[in-house]
Design a protein around this ligand. Structure first.
Ligand code: VG1
Ligand code: CO
Length: 544
């Protein structure tokens, strides 16, 4: 088979963000754009000769075309084999599972996660290493530097691979194996959880649930696991067929974008349990009847109830949360006398801790929870974890959360996002905050005394690598916090995220609406950073 070498020149905007490279489909379709980035990945890796790669995506617009290009480039770079999910489908956690199970060299995941899809929307590409997790910063930086000096890429001239036929095909000297995208993942879930107890709950007639796949990748996984293996009635999974444009919806499982599910769960005859996941299946939102569980609380709750789940009943080695995630998990860790690590935003920072056996569970405030079963956050896993707890405790979601708050106190929490603001204004805002951190220390602002203000810097507990400038945090003496950072996943302008949190132990105030309990801190967050002056905005676009 003929390998062609195509001359090219670098693009200057191929630095991976929080989770891979995300751009508009139109940008990825610029001649050589995708090819440059893929070749930069291959060039940044050690020898690819004869190695096996996993490849799949969330099925969004441009998934199939990109897959064909990547397959032909992998063949030209000497890979021995590529395992591809049928139809080009692999959820992010399933890709991680397959990389680990078959001990492959790594994998490429095509997704822009919770960003909308379609010809005018977003596409993305991410490299995962042999542990199944997102490549560490050292590698993403190497890919980026390679992309700045690339002069050529290699591709074979061949007919397209049939992505819909299970089994082996040849692409020159390289084998392409089309695999069932669901079965390996479903088997892993069955090993972790008490499927018998969960089946009993779901078929008892006394319990009902609704799972919203948001027209995204988890549809086939949820149909197989919840309906086929666990016996939930047909119709439990809604919007369960992956669509290239997600049916025009924004596949982000939160109170704003999962509107229909939220309405169903708030109705008088609501199901007992509701959940949703995002474009590529690594996020989750958990709802009870007329009740919303914040992701930070959910993480703490899973840790506190791990003894109900077979895979974790032996105890947790430790836990971790991203810096802006609430401190609820810290309290559970203290009670269990285990370590709680605080990492920068992005799943790649959990990889070393998981590989070293220092942590079992970890999560982020951004609807991401996971464990050492794979090296990605895992939406459906979190839903099954909850279902396992519900099957064991036979209480409502609201009751379980209330019990938790009674015991540990509540970290009242909210995140305010200012989306699509000017990139210059947003970086000026962060810059002025950065220069003012020293002066903010020890100041009293209204009812709050600042204990520490800094720009978060993280030293990896395993390889001691340092990641600095990970977000401005203002810590108050009563345990409250305000955190500011800019999103690293957007494709338009900048998004400012403001995270606000305050511990509450007064039993009479546990139930208050966070927007009310946090009203003074919310005002402070706007005035300290002069949000209106720098962004022109007087209110956030999305509140979670
Ligand atoms: C966001 C979240 C972060 C998450 C990342 C990828 O990043 O805040 O916690 O890891 O998305 O999630 P940022 O930089 O925009 O804040 V996913 O589901 O989009 O892969
Ligand atoms: Co995602």
């Amino acid at each position: 088979m003929k390998v062609t070498t195509i001359p090219t020149s670098p693009f200057d905007d191929q630095r991976p963000g929080t989770s891979g490279l995300r751009k508009k489909v139109k940008v990825f379709r610029t001649p050589h754009y995708l090819e440059n980035f893929v070749q930069s990945i291959f060039d940044a890796l050690e020898d690819c000769e004869g190695k096996t790669l996993v490849l799949g995506g969330d099925g969004r617009y441009y998934n199939r075309e990109a897959l064909q290009i990547i397959l032909k480039m992998a063949a030209a770079s000497g890979f021995g084999k590529v395992m591809v999910g049928r139809g080009g489908i692999l959820s992010t956690p399933a890709a991680s599972c397959v990389i680990r199970k078959y001990q492959t060299f790594g994998g490429i995941i095509l997704s822009a996660s919770h960003n909308p899809g379609g010809p005018d929307h977003d596409f993305g590409i991410k490299y995962n290493t042999a542990n199944g997790g997102p490549a560490a910063e050292k590698i993403t930086e190497a890919i980026y530097s390679r992309s700045r000096e690339i002069t050529q890429y290699r591709i074979v001239e061949a007919a397209d691979v049939d992505l819909d036929r299970i089994g082996a095909q040849q692409l020159g000297a390289m084998q392409v194996e089309i695999i069932d995208p669901v079965s390996d993942y479903a088997e892993l879930m069955q090993q972790l959880f008490d499927f018998d107890a969960m089946r009993e709950l779901l078929t008892s007639g006394a319990f009902s649930m609704r799972y919203d796949a948001m027209n995204a990748v988890t549809g086939p996984y949820a149909h197989e696991i919840l309906e086929n293996r666990l016996g939930a009635p047909a119709g439990t999974v809604i919007r369960g067929t992956p669509l290239a444009d997600f049916g025009g919806a924004h596949p982000d499982p939160n109170l704003v974008h999962a509107k229909e599910l939220v309405a169903t769960m708030n109705a008088a005859d609501a199901p007992d349990f509701g959940a949703a996941s995002d474009g590529d299946g690594d996020r989750n939102m958990i709802l009870g009847r007329q009740f919303y569980v914040t992701p930070s609380d959910s993480l703490a709750l899973l840790a506190a109830n791990a003894s109900h789940v077979p895979a974790y009943a032996g105890g947790l080695a430790g836990v971790a949360r991203s810096m802006p995630t609430s401190q609820a998990i810290d309290r559970v860790a203290a009670a269990q006398q285990i370590e709680c690590y605080e990492t920068p935003t992005g799943w790649k920072f959990f990889g070393n801790l998981l590989d070293a056996g220092k942590i079992t569970l970890c999560g982020e405030e951004s609807f991401g929870t996971g464990s050492d079963h794979v090296r990605e956050k895992d939406g459906l896993w979190a839903v099954l974890f909850w279902l396992n707890i519900l099957a064991a405790r036979r209480q409502s979601v609201a009751q379980i959360v209330h019990d938790h708050w009674q015991r540990y106190g509540r970290d009242v929490y909210t995140r305010h996002d200012y989306e699509g603001v000017s990139a210059d204004g947003a970086s000026a805002l962060m810059e002025q905050l950065r220069t003012r951190t020293a002066e903010l220390g020890e100041q009293t602002l209204g009812n709050y005394r600042v204990e520490l203000a800094d720009d978060f810097s993280y030293t990896d507990a395993v390889d001691h690598s340092v990641s600095s400038k990970q977000g401005i945090r203002i810590l108050f003496s009563n345990g409250a916090r305000i955190v500011y950072r800019l999103s690293g996943t957007g494709t338009e302008g900048a998004t400012l995220r403001v995270y606000i949190e305050q511990p509450e132990t007064d039993p009479d105030r546990l139930d208050q609406d966070p927007q009310q309990s946090l009203v003074e801190l919310i005002q402070l967050s706007a005035s300290i950073a002069e949000i209106e002056k720098f962004t022109g905005r007087t209110a956030p676009d999305v509140i979670t």
